[in-house]
Design a binder for this molecule. Structure first.
Ligand code: NAD
Length: 502
């Protein structure tokens, strides 16, 4: 049985017999494929110490050299993208092409971070007062922690680490214990790219490891991505221990379809965004809101497309893979039963799927639930599975009100052919990322990614300009260089009045 170990101070790190280990499953076979070491507080402290030791030298490494490492890392991730994608599929279950897409989106953040020299440039004002100049700096924070979820084992760590490292910080990454391999592969590639040891460390683990990161005094900032319940815990504990925290939580993304929309485009989008990665994406569409008379036709076109989807092993060219665990699959399936009980209509029931894969895989086929109301649990909760709900309303205002009333506010999309509707929606909708005829509006790396309400705790979003600000702190220098020998003017002597500019 393969054993997945930590990566500390530039090397694979394990105790002879780790006290605690976790199972890593292959969700498409329903078998345990590896065991992962789970860190206790002492192991986490070793990783933090390695990062703390590496910090002064890495902070003082020139921008030219740091950029060189980023470019080399980019090249290596590009070269190894298929291996990383295969590791993701083995542990997460998403189909290979989707896993490749994840790595490609991660690469975009590395591309962005390769411009770190430009991104860290400060401002300079000459002559703010007589003979006085002012300039601003952005400096690294020190040791930062990155804690990531199971569903994007490569992309989410890459949202943060390239910018954190590029800005001169050192990092302890705690990836999901359910999908740990990609993180170790990336750590190895950082090392191969010439990153000094200790700058990026990986500790595997669960709550015990996370709780040590949240309170340890050396950790200056925490980037967390995961469920809202854990995000709240991370934000509350981290900030109460004096840390800067950005905690991205769960989601329930609405796709509003107007009667004037291109219904084929909308039906394709609903199917792609609802069932890609088996709905285990924080930007998955899980609620389609049909406005006015288009509802019946939209449901019919979505249903038709769902008939063509093949659920099965992600290594076999299927459209949709399994869910992450048996327990999660059962939980997602239970929403279909409760929707029926509560009066919704289950148009396509994924519980009866015949999957192209091992019988023990964690299968649930794409499911469509119509005539859902805002009170039903299938709508209220984040399900994180291949269950698409359809709600019917009369006006766009009612659709927008649904989004406003929902506790999550990650993404929201409108499908329409009217610019005026699109503009009203984009300006007024209560969500952090908005799509117009785009179902999964994940911003490019040079913009920032983040939701509103219970989808994000903290002020700054991930990557883009916010990411640079998150991993740096500002400093403003005011300076003068009086030269009394050259000018013949002697300093004016003590003056206790508050200085003003002249
Ligand atoms: P999770 O909250 O269970 O785990 C996230 C991380 O927290 C993991 O590293 C895990 O080991 C750790 N963790 C779990 N329980 C903990 C606890 N009690 N105390 C401390 N740490 C704990 O999330 P998940 O199931 O891995 O991922 C799915 C969730 O992540 C969904 O809710 C999804 O919406 C969310 N997500 C959000 C975004 C976003 O950008 N907003 C992106 C991806 C995933």
């Amino acid at each position: 049985m393969e054993r997945i170990t930590h990566w500390i101070d530039g090397q694979a790190w394990s105790t002879p017999a780790a006290d605690r280990q976790g199972d890593v499953w292959d969700p498409a076979t329903g078998q345990v494929r590896a065991r992962v070491d789970l860190a206790d507080g002492e192991t986490v402290r070793l990783a933090i110490d390695a990062a703390a030791q590496a910090f002064p030298q890495w902070r003082d490494t020139s921008l030219a050299r740091r950029t060189e490492v980023l470019f080399a890392f980019r090249d290596l991730v590009h070269r190894h993208r298929d291996e990383i994608a295969a590791a993701i599929t083995n542990e997460h279950g998403k189909v290979l092409d989707d896993a490749r897409g994840e790595v490609a989106r991660g690469l975009e953040v590395i591309d962005f971070a390769c411009g770190i020299a430009h991104l860290l440039k400060g401002e300079h004002s000459e002559g703010v007062s007589t003979g006085v100049d002012t300039f601003s700096l952005r400096q690294p924070l020190g040791v930062v922690a990155v804690i990531t979820p199971f569903n994007f084992p490569a992309m989410v760590p890459l949202w943060f680490i390239p910018l954190a490292v590029g800005a001169g910080n050192t990092v302890v990454l705690k990836p999901s214990e359910r999908t740990p391999t990609a993180a170790v592969m990336l750590a190895q590639l950082w090392s191969d790219a010439g990153l000094p040891r200790g700058v990026v460390n990986v500790v595997h683990g669960d709550r015990e490891a996370v709780d040590e990161l949240l309170v340890h005094p050396t950790i200056r900032a925490i980037s967390f991505v995961g469920s809202t319940a854990v995000a709240q815990h991370v934000y509350a504990t981290g900030t109460s221990h004096g840390k800067r925290v950005q905690a991205l939580g769960g989601a329930k993304n609405h796709m509003v379809v107007m009667p004037d929309a291109d219904l084929d485009l909308a039906a394709d989008a609903a199917v792609n965004a609802g069932f890609g990665s088996a709905g285990e994406r924080c930007m998955a569409v899980s609620a389609v809101v049909a406005v006015g008379e288009c509802a019946d036709e939209l449901v019919s076109r979505i249903t038709q497309r769902m008939g063509a989807l093949r659920t099965g092993d992600g290594r076999r060219g299927c459209d949709m893979g399994p869910l992450i665990t048996e327990e999660h699959r059962d939980r997602v399936a239970s929403y279909l039963a409760s929707a029926l009980d509560q009066g919704a209509e289950v148009v396509v029931d994924g519980r009866s799927v015949t999957a192209d894969g091992a019988p023990e895989g964690f299968w649930l086929g794409p499911s469509l639930v119509d005539r859902v109301t805002p009170q039903m649990s299938v709508y209220r909760d984040e399900i994180f599975g291949p269950v698409l709900s359809v709600l019917r309303v009369e006006t766009m205002e009612q659709a927008m009100e649904l989004v406003a009333q929902h506790p999550f506010g990650n993404g929201a999309a409108i499908f329409t052919s009217l610019g005026s509707s699109a503009r009203t929606f984009a300006r007024g909708i209560e969500a952090g990322m908005v799509g117009v005829n785009v179902p999964i509006p994940v911003p490019m790396a040079y913009y920032s990614f983040g939701g509103w309400k219970s989808s994000l705790f903290g002020d700054l979003h991930a990557h883009g300009a916010d990411g640079v600000r998150f991993f740096t702190r500002g400093k403003v220098v005011t300076q003068r260089w009086p030269d009394s020998r050259a000018t013949g003017q002697m300093p004016g002597g003590p003056d206790l009045v508050f200085p003003t500019n002249a």
